[in-house]
Design a protein around this ligand. Structure first.
Ligand SMILES: [Ca+2]
Ligand SMILES: [Ca+2]
Length: 567
């Protein structure tokens, strides 16, 4: 089946591109600029011909993005802004080159991403006060760098993490839900991670929580990272599959004494021989490092990986090659045995006090090593708060409605900051939309490896270097597709959002929101948004046409724990 690209139609314009529209298509006689017609026609012809190949798009794309297959929504923006972006990119390249000359290498990149936090929970002293705790070190970074007002994650752990390292919505690789022991699945080897893109240009290290699964091809050192010490699953498996958790009713039926042997015929239903964290080096062996049988072992693993994070920075600080450090810590500790240090007192806020201190230590260390001004730090949560463990979670609600796994803003609008002294101007709050996939593309650009991004698949991540370096209003996307698992549940465009989940067929239904007027998505509208009904329909149709052209690939499923030397 041929995919159809629905091109925006603007009746005020009468210019027609070469060629006449095919049946079933909207006539492409749009546009505000001749470029737009040209780019969309090329995109459309390429789609109709059976593939949106690298060559035709390259002719119209801004140089740094050449060859990358983007969602049609980006092509529409590029057609309208490509000329301006190309000029801006030239300037950005000159600035990045000047930095490279100054420091003798491209920038180090540190991506710190933790779990399950509500928007506004950190980074702002007033909002700290609202919840009765403080994050002084991250607040300082926010004040000295950039706060993202519209950073979108995916709605849960595994999906966001996959999006960050592959630059693709996780639905495209079948990584659509959090993976637990023993799911026997993981990130397919065919996905190209940011570590594979940066390859030999960077030292690449991955530390602490991957959540990418338990099959061999998903191990991070098999996905391009030089050095990786990481959990196959999440921070709950590490502390909830313990006697302490069963005693506290956080876990039911896991411990051997808990279940009725008399009637349990299937002795293999509960798989107890599992494995949590491993260590590996690219091309080397994989070793089990920790599978906690009690809570303290979980704490010890986290402390050990933090030491390894600092060791990784020290080891590569003076090297000719820059480094990419993905430190995705297990923050939450459910059995803290220490004096309460926040007024909030939840396990989430008490645990986060430790990460805030560690972030402060990392920044001090970069300063002492003299590499702070050649290091970009991006800090963010991976999704909204986990309401299921209330009151141990960060305050749910807050500015947005919803939490982890919701397509509501509360599930996917996360606290996020970037810090790069001397490059990112201090004290900025940017309102441009950023999606977590954009980090992949932006890091590739900063690393000088845009040409290593695969061109045989859709890349959702947009290069946001201009936003990082030039600030508010210089972002390159005004849209976001919000998936829950395999379902496209909502679409955001500019300040508007449409819920597709739960909509009855046949009418648009009351599913439109103005996020400025109604950030909590409490007042669904329809009549006021009749103008936007077709526009959102077309966005979704174009996106799905591209999926038909580049179908999703399945998650990797095979025997778990292959190649691991057990403890
Ligand atoms: Ca999470
Ligand atoms: Ca790979």
């Amino acid at each position: 089946m041929r995919a159809e690209l629905i091109i925006p139609y603007n009746a005020r314009c009468h210019k027609t591109p070469a060629g006449s529209p095919r049946r079933g298509q909207y006539p492409p006689h749009n546009q505000r600029t001749a470029d737009m017609i040209q780019a969309l026609s090329i995109a459309h012809l390429a789609l109709a011909a059976g593939g949106l190949g690298a060559t035709p798009v390259a002719e119209t794309a801004a140089a740094p993005a050449a060859g990358i297959i983007h969602d049609p929504e980006f092509l529409i923006l590029e057609a309208q802004h490509g000329e301006r972006w190309a000029a801006e990119d030239k300037d950005l390249d000159a600035r990045l080159e000047a930095l490279r000359e100054k420091h003798g290498k491209r920038p180090n990149i540190i991506h710190i991403m933790w779990d399950d936090m509500s928007y506004g929970a950190i980074g702002h002293p007033m909002l700290n006060k609202v919840s009765g705790y403080s994050s002084p070190n991250i607040n300082k970074l926010a004040a000295g760098g950039m706060t993202f007002a519209r950073m979108y994650s995916e709605p849960s752990c595994t999906p966001t993490r996959v999006a960050a390292v592959t630059g693709r919505h996780p639905v495209r690789s079948g990584m659509i839900f959090p993976i637990f022991p023993i799911h026997q699945m993981g990130l397919p080897g065919s996905e190209v991670t940011i570590a594979e893109v940066l390859d030999d240009s960077y030292h690449t290290g991955f530390f602490e929580k991957s959540h990418f699964g338990d099959v061999e091809e998903s191990y991070l050192h098999n996905q391009g990272y030089d050095e990786a010490i990481f959990t196959l699953y999440n921070q709950f498996a590490g502390q909830m599959f313990t006697p302490e958790a069963e005693n506290e009713f956080f876990t039911v039926g896991w411990q051997n004494h808990a279940w009725d042997k008399q009637y349990a015929l299937d002795q293999d239903f509960r798989v107890l021989d599992w494995l949590w964290a491993v260590e590996g080096f690219e091309g080397g062996t994989t070793k089990e490092i920790s599978t906690p049988s009690k809570f303290q072992e979980y704490v010890d693993f986290n402390a050990m990986t933090y030491d390894r994070v600092k060791g990784f920075i020290r080891k590569h600080a003076d090297d000719d090659k820059p480094f990419l450090l993905d430190w995705w810590p297990n923050v939450l500790e459910m059995f803290i045995d220490a004096p309460q240090e926040t007024q909030n007192g939840t396990k989430s806020s008490e645990s986060f006090a430790r990460l805030d201190r560690q972030v402060g230590e990392i920044v001090s260390m970069l300063e002492e090593l003299g590499i702070a001004d050649n290091t970009l730090i991006v800090l963010m949560a991976d999704n909204g708060p986990m309401k299921e463990i209330w009151p141990d979670t960060f305050p749910s609600g807050g500015i947005f409605r919803g939490g982890k796994n919701d397509f509501l803003e509360g599930g996917v609008r996360v606290p996020a900051f970037a810090y790069w002294p001397g490059v990112i101007e201090p004290g900025q709050v940017v309102g441009d939309i950023v999606q977590v996939t954009d980090l992949f593309t932006t890091f590739a650009r900063l690393g000088g490896k845009m040409n290593a991004i695969p061109t045989d698949r859709v890349i959702d991540g947009v290069d946001q270097t201009a936003l990082f370096l030039n600030g508010d209003g210089h972002g390159r996307r005004d849209y976001n597709f919000i998936y829950q698992g395999p379902v496209l549940s909502a679409v955001v465009k500019q300040q508007y959002k449409r819920h597709f989940a739960g909509a009855a067929p046949g009418l648009a239904g009351k599913g439109f929101f103005d996020l400025y007027k109604d950030p909590r998505e409490e007042h669904p509208l329809m009549a006021q948004f009749l103008w936007a009904w077709p526009a959102f329909d077309h966005m979704k149709a174009r996106h799905e046409a591209m999926v038909a052209q580049y179908p999703h690939t399945p998650v990797a499923r095979t025997k778990p724990y292959a190649g691991i030397e057990r403890l």
